[in-house]
Design a protein around this ligand. Structure first.
Ligand code: GLV
Length: 322
């Protein structure tokens, strides 16, 4: 009998095809995520679960799957939605998809940086609202990248890929990261500094740290106040790393100049969130890894983790407990 697996979302066909070769595949039918109580029912009796960042995989859900559960495979690099300790306590490996989405996510972070620096959404809005009557010498002036300082918080895979792009734009790069050495920073054209120095000296601050209890609300009223009034914040990691209310107030009051966010807290961002009313905030709907090729690769990698897990083999990419 083929192992039974449940896939929580309509993932790219490349992944589903691979899973069908080995497993008895059950997929959540709707394009919308499964409500938690439905998910709890559907995972019952499964050998494996392939999930995404829209599902909360906690101890109760893992227990609802039953004693036969052998693997949880996340189609994302971040896994703050999964209680990895509860999984480990039950001997269940958790897989994720690092590497394959590095360039796509770094591209998106840089797209946000450029768009915010050059006020692209304001320009689009200016035309659409019928305000463009002439070329103006003093209108919609933005920030230069060349010679500006980019502060990267979290010089991991994606942070390094962002540094590579920044070097191409002749930016000066500062970085802070948990275990970063001077030599490693220098190898990526960056200077290692502490967080206060990074915040004080950067024209752009880009977040690339995973969301953990330590990084929740890392950007808050106090840290925002340490940034330059001309600074632009870019977030393409997880919304929870930023205190969104404090960010709104900082943008409204000119504490910092702008923000470009691919991630919000919560997601989706409620339409009445005041941040959406600000001209200096650019918000897109968590599309960091959203390219055709990247999503295919993520689906395939998550499929391989799932298959290895149900076969009792080591996962090609297993999450390690911190
Ligand atoms: C996307 O946000 C991911 O973690 O892969």
């Amino acid at each position: 009998m083929k192992p039974k697996v449940f896939v929580t979302r309509q993932i790219p066909e490349a992944g589903l095809t691979r899973i069908r070769e080995v497993c008895d595949l059950h997929v959540w039918e709707s394009e919308m995520p499964a409500p938690y109580d439905q998910l709890t029912k559907r995972v019952g009796g499964m050998d494996g679960i392939l999930c995404t960042l829209t599902e909360r995989i906690d101890a109760a859900l893992i227990d609802a799957a039953g004693a036969g559960l052998k693997v949880i495979s996340q189609m994302a690099v971040g896994y703050d939605n999964i209680d990895v300790r509860a999984a480990a306590a039950r001997g269940i490996p958790v897989g994720n998809t690092p590497g394959v989405l590095t360039d796509a996510t770094a591209d998106l972070a840089f797209a946000l940086l450029l768009a915010a620096a050059r006020r692209l959404t304001e320009g689009v809005e200016y035309i659409r609202s019928g305000h463009w009557t002439t070329w103006q010498p003093r209108h919609l002036l933005g920030a230069d990248l060349s010679g500006a300082t980019l502060g990267i918080i979290g010089l991991g895979r994606i942070g390094k890929a962002v540094a590579k792009r920044a070097r191409g734009f002749d930016m000066r790069i500062l970085a802070t990261s948990r275990h970063l050495t001077d030599t490693e920073a220098e190898a990526h054209g960056a200077t290692r500094v502490d967080l206060p120095t990074l915040l004080r000296d950067s024209d752009f601050v880009s977040l690339h740290t995973p969301l953990t209890p330590e990084t929740r609300h890392l950007i808050n009223r106090e840290t925002l106040a340490q940034m330059k009034p001309s600074a632009i914040l870019i977030n393409s990691t997880r919304g929870g790393t930023v205190d969104q209310r404090a960010l709104y107030e900082a943008l409204r009051d000119g504490v910092i100049a702008g923000a470009a966010l691919d991630v919000t807290d919560p997601e989706p961002i409620p339409l009445d969130d005041p941040i959406l009313t600000l001209p200096n905030a650019l918000v897109v709907p968590h599309i960091g890894s959203a390219t055709v090729k990247t999503r295919d690769k993520m689906a395939l990698m998550a499929a391989e983790n799932l298959i290895a897990g149900v076969m009792g083999q080591p996962l090609p990419n297993q999450v390690k407990l911190p």
